[in-house]
Ligand binder design. Structure first.
Ligand SMILES: Cc1cc2nc3c(=O)[nH]c(=O)nc-3n(C[C@H](O)[C@H](O)[C@H](O)COP(=O)(O)OP(=O)(O)OC[C@H]3O[C@@H](n4cnc5c(N)ncnc54)[C@H](O)[C@@H]3O)c2cc1C
Length: 374
């Protein structure tokens, strides 16, 4: 059996690892020209669900690489007002030297690519597929095509595979935009940063529609390209940001960061100081989307995983973990000897309620945190 996966994001890479480990002939097609291609985001929380999925899918050497390149576990989730007065605090066990509870997205994807040189093809933008009872032809924007027995769409929230499989599926814009950035942890920043910000995930909310989250990435082993940093992400509606999408998505990183500085200008001096020392070029904007119901489809040789089938807001830190869970469940389905269509049906039967629970929790959290109606 040959499996073709479109999208070398978190879910697609984990699935490719799981299938390759089981000896399945697998091909992974990614539209980016290289692993280093774009700003892809910064810190990702890995929950026990994600950790178990990694343990179930990854070969030992790859899992070791993930552990080595993860960040030191934090032990705090806390909220503050704009003047850093505490609003809530939750302390939890920090985990041991093998715990993976947070990763840097780029370092994580690089670790998940370990050993996939013959499996992963960059510069392969999916365009369409043609499926029948015998197999699937995948067509790419460069005019090439590949024949596989099963096609898995792991191509994220804007999935082209989903657009063809489920043309009526809607990823809903919740009306919230993020300006994502990072603050390099130089000795001067480390000396000045509020202690809580170095212990885990901290929210600052000013009560006027803008909020920010800060969380440390303290590498066990940093990537070659950069070192420890504090993730800094500002969240607000377009009205609060003061610019519509056509303007926001055309702004330079420096102009984006000016918005962050403006909206936090009355916050506690320690926060303003952090924002002033950010790596300005690292800033980029994101639209937050969700689905309302995870879609189901007539079982065929085409299936979906991760954000392609259940886009969700980041407000529960669950999207990547759910994509990893999907990858582990689908690896099991495709490798335990169950006939193909039965295996894909059983995957879908389990994935839909599991994904729906994460979507609903993420949406409820987002409504509360960002005060939006969806
Ligand atoms: C601000 C923010 C913070 C987040 N924090 C967390 C967190 O802490 N924990 C958590 O669990 N989740 C978090 N998430 C959610 C998480 O990032 C996603 O749920 C996760 O990346 C989904 O993985 P995926 O593999 O389904 O898709 P993706 O990681 O989006 O990967 C999709 C891949 O498909 C490729 N692709 C797209 N189109 C094509 C095409 N036509 N042809 C070929 N390739 C294509 C893309 O280039 C990409 O590499 C966060 C999200 C945001 C926006």
């Amino acid at each position: 059996m040959r499996v073709g996966i479109v999208g070398a994001g978190i879910g697609g890479l984990a699935l490719a690892q799981g299938l390759a480990k089981a000896g399945v002939d697998v091909r992974l097609y990614e539209r980016d020209p290289s692993a280093q291609h774009r700003k892809q985001g910064y810190r990702i929380h890995i929950s026990p669900v994600g950790e178990q999925a990694l343990a179930a899918t990854l070969p030992d050497a790859v899992r070791r690489r993930v552990i080595e390149t993860a960040t030191h576990p934090g032990d705090l989730l806390a909220g503050f007002d704009g003047q850093l007065n505490p609003m809530f605090e939750q302390v939890f066990p920090g985990g041991g030297p093998e715990t993976v509870s947070a990763v840097d997205r780029y370092a994580f994807r690089r670790a998940l690519m370990t050993g996939l040189d013959d499996v992963l093809a960059f510069g392969k933008q999916f365009e369409s597929y043609a499926a029948d009872a015998d197999g699937v032809e995948i067509r790419f924007a460069d005019g090439s095509s590949e024949s596989v027995d099963v096609l898995i769409g792991a191509d994220g929230v804007g999935s082209g595979v989903r657009a063809q499989l489920l043309p009526d599926f809607e990823a809903v814009d919740i009306g919230v935009r993020c300006i994502y950035g990072k603050v390099p942890l130089t000795p001067a920043v480390r000396a000045a940063v509020p202690e809580a910000f170095m212990r885990g995930f901290c929210f600052v909310t000013d009560g006027r529609g803008a909020s920010a989250a800060f969380a440390p990435v303290l590498f066990r082993t940093p990537p070659e390209e950069y070192g420890d940093y504090l993730m800094a992400v500002l969240t607000a509606t377009s009205d609060v940001l003061g610019c519509a999408d056509d303007e926001l998505f055309a702004l330079s990183p420096a102009e984006l960061w000016k918005i962050v500085s403006r909206l936090s200008s009355s916050w506690h001096p320690a926060v303003r100081e952090l924002i002033a020392t950010a790596e300005v070029d690292a800033a980029f904007p994101i639209t937050l989307r969700t689905c309302i119901r995870v879609a189901e489809w007539p079982v065929s040789r085409v299936a979906l995983l991760g954000d392609a089938v259940h886009p969700m807001t980041p407000a529960a830190g669950a999207g990547a973990n759910t994509a990893l869970w999907d990858a582990a469940r689908l690896t099991k389905a495709l490798t335990d000897g169950t006939p193909l269509l039965e295996a894909l049906a059983s995957y879908q039967q389990d994935m839909v309620p599991h994904g729906q629970a994460a979507v609903t929790e993420s949406l409820e959290n987002a409504k509360r945190m960002f005060e939006v109606e969806v």
